[in-house]
Design a protein around this ligand. Structure first.
Ligand SMILES: Cc1ncc(COP(=O)(O)O)c(C=O)c1O
Length: 387
């Protein structure tokens, strides 16, 4: 009998790797220089940032100078969309984004519109796959940028980004890919996360999904892509992101990349094994449930999105918390009531169905036995909620 709390919410965040923690502490004391200072402590801080940038450049198979550190995946996505819009002086005034983008992308809409751009949302099919026919029909010489995420954080659908890139290339349109959920993930399922694999011009990533610290992300910008900074001030990050760098967080991010890149395949096999063991155990439930994605839909290896018809996800999460299981629903809490997930609505779910969606995501700390115990607790929760 396993008594521990079981965290099945790796897509929300992951724990800090000990090597990342160690590199962070080394940047906090006794060294605490400002990377812009020319004396020894400053040079050391700058070296820590450069080491991290080099690791990131290698991971993305990109040039050192193409990688900018930001405060988060959210800031990276904002910089990609708003920064390219600010830098553009020509006649391209349209921006396209898929309906299931993260809010870090979708919510740039207001700002883009105030800058004089028209934002159009490209629909997805029932599995959350971006409708390539709709994208193709919407593209023309007036589209500045298309934003399509590599994999969806909620239901785990992996998008055909290479095909999206083929379409955008035809029109000379920029492509931003939010790769927060796929960076250093399963290269077989996703087709890889390197800049060349994605065919994008801009790629957003975040440290805390790969056992790095929270509050640090990065934007890869293909050399030569016109982009303007969102922050004014000092000349940090090649004048693209003013403000004294969060040296410890960046160093921790670099350390996490260094650790994770060595074990991509074994880690992903473990995540898939845990997810599959969880679903197999869940199949023993007497109460019916449905997996959101069909088995042939390309999906993240550590992701299971399911629905217990008739059971509210909110009630399930409360009971699961009591049963020591952390999971999530895609619903956002605004003014005390749960808003149904925009992702599920875009996939054609009704509001009622969308309030029944639950996400269970597995990192490499969850073994198969723990995953099975997690499923037994989910079954118990469903029995309690459905009573
Ligand atoms: C797909 C996706 N994009 C962007 C973000 C935002 O990243 P951050 O939490 O670093 O701001 C997240 C975080 O959950 C995400 O899952």
């Amino acid at each position: 009998m396993i008594d521990a709390r079981i965290r099945l919410d790796a897509a929300a965040t992951t724990g800090l790797h000990p090597e990342a923690r160690e590199e962070m502490l080394a940047c906090l004391e006794p060294e605490f220089g400002n990377p812009s200072s020319l004396y020894r402590e400053g040079r050391r801080a700058k070296d820590a940032i450069d080491t991290a940038r080099e690791r990131l450049a290698v991971a993305l198979d990109s040039l050192f100078a193409e990688n900018l550190f930001t405060s988060s995946g959210t800031e990276a996505a904002n910089l990609a969309l708003v920064g390219t819009a600010l830098a553009h002086e020509g006649s391209r005034r349209r921006v396209l984004m898929s309906a299931i983008e993260h809010h870090a992308v979708l919510h740039t809409r207001g700002l883009l519109e105030r800058l004089g751009f028209t934002v159009e949302v490209i629909p997805v099919d029932a599995q959350g796959l971006v409708r390539l026919d709709a994208l193709e029909a919407s593209l023309d010489e007036n589209v500045l940028l298309v934003s399509v995420m590599h994999a969806n954080n909620e239901i785990g659908t992996i998008q055909p980004v290479r095909e999206v890139a083929r379409l955008t290339e035809r029109w000379g349109t920029l492509l931003h890919v939010d790769a927060v959920q796929t960076f250093l993930g399963d290269p077989e399922a996703t087709g890889g996360w390197a800049a060349g694999d994605l065919g994008a011009d801009l790629i957003s990533i975040s440290a805390h999904k790969i056992h790095g610290p929270k509050g640090v992300g990065a934007l890869w910008v293909r050399a030569g892509t016109p982009i303007a900074p969102l922050l004014s001030g000092g000349g940090q990050e090649r004048e693209m992101r003013a403000g004294t760098e969060n040296v410890a967080a960046i160093a921790g991010f670099g350390a996490a990349i260094g650790v994770q890149i060595k074990s991509v395949r074994s880690r992903e096999a473990q995540r898939r094994g845990a997810r599959d063991a969880f679903l197999k155990e869940l199949a023993l439930a007497t109460r019916p449930w449905e997996a959101t994605l069909q088995t042939q839909t390309p999906c993240l290896s550590g992701h299971a999105h399911i629905r217990f018809p008739g059971l509210s996800a909110e009630s399930m999460l409360i009971v699961l918390d009591r049963l020591r299981v952390s999971a999530s629903s895609g619903a956002a809490c605004s003014s005390g009531s749960l808003e149904p997930s925009h992702v599920l609505l875009a996939c054609g779910w009704t509001e009622e169905q969308a309030r029944e969606g639950l996400r269970f995501t597995f990192d490499d700390t969850i073994g198969e036995e723990l995953a099975r115990e997690g499923a037994r607790r989910v079954i118990k929760a469903a029995d309690q909620v459905g009573r």
